[in-house]
Design a binder for this molecule. Structure first.
Ligand code: 3NM
Length: 215
């Protein structure tokens, strides 16, 4: 179930969009995304009521199409909206504490190595997000690139952990990422920066699903 939802995980905030985020999400949903994360971060990001209003509208769209809606690094917002889950990084609120606060909502944790995967699992994370696999233009404070070998390394030691890969993943690299052992790809720019978002999303979905079936 979780491994299916991670297949094509779209991450986005208003800063990532060159047109109305609601339209971007509609097109991405039409194209076949399997999960969505609201990540309102970076220079010019909305805050306070504006952030809340946008989250509410994006959530509404996901709910109508049965797409799990995850909030990045804002437990209060996730709880206020009754979102489906929360995603936290290593520098955000500690995963154990977040788990206590959210009960059985989905909990995702960003990781960069096997030690962090084991810690996330101990905190009862539902999935881990590993990155950046490749160089990314979408995260100013991204860590050093970990490459496909880190996916293989983690998969070799944690056979069953639901794992989504993130960072610089494109139509050209999605297949390698799944073959290395990821259950899915999480992308910002591969969808946000596409000229035709729906068609691009369909292509990504097809690559991921075909490669997962082959494996
Ligand atoms: N987290 P794009 S990399 C949000 O390494 C995020 O944990 C990362 O955007 C991590 O698909 C990243 O445009 C940005 O590279 C992903």
């Amino acid at each position: 179930m979780m491994k299916h939802m991670l297949s094509l995980y779209f991450v986005m905030g208003s800063v990532d969009c060159t047109k109305n985020p609601l339209v971007v999400l509609d097109e991405a949903i039409e194209g076949g995304i399997t999960m969505f994360q609201f990540r309102e971060k970076g220079k010019g990001a909305l805050t306070g009521l504006e952030k809340y209003r946008l989250a509410e509208q994006l959530f509404e769209r996901c709910r109508a199409r049965n797409i799990p809606f995850i909030v990045n690094d804002d437990v209060d917002l996730a709880l206020a909206l009754q979102a489906d889950g929360i995603h936290v990084g290593q520098e955000d609120e500690a995963a154990e504490r977040v788990r206590d606060r959210i009960g059985n909502k989905y909990l995702g944790v960003s990781v960069h190595n096997l030690t962090e995967v084991k810690k996330a699992l101990a905190a009862h994370a539902d999935y881990v997000g590993l990155g950046p696999i490749f160089p990314t233009v979408s995260k100013d404070d991204a860590k050093q690139v970990c490459g496909l070998t880190m996916i293989e390394h983690i998969r070799a030691h944690e056979k069953h952990v639901p794992l989504v890969a993130i960072g610089g993943i494109t139509e050209q690299t999605a297949e390698q990422v799944i073959k290395a052992g990821a259950d899915g790809i999480a992308v910002i720019s591969a969808i946000c920066r596409a000229e035709h978002i729906c068609e691009q999303t369909k292509r990504l979905y097809e690559i991921v699903m075909r490669t997962k079936q082959e494996g």
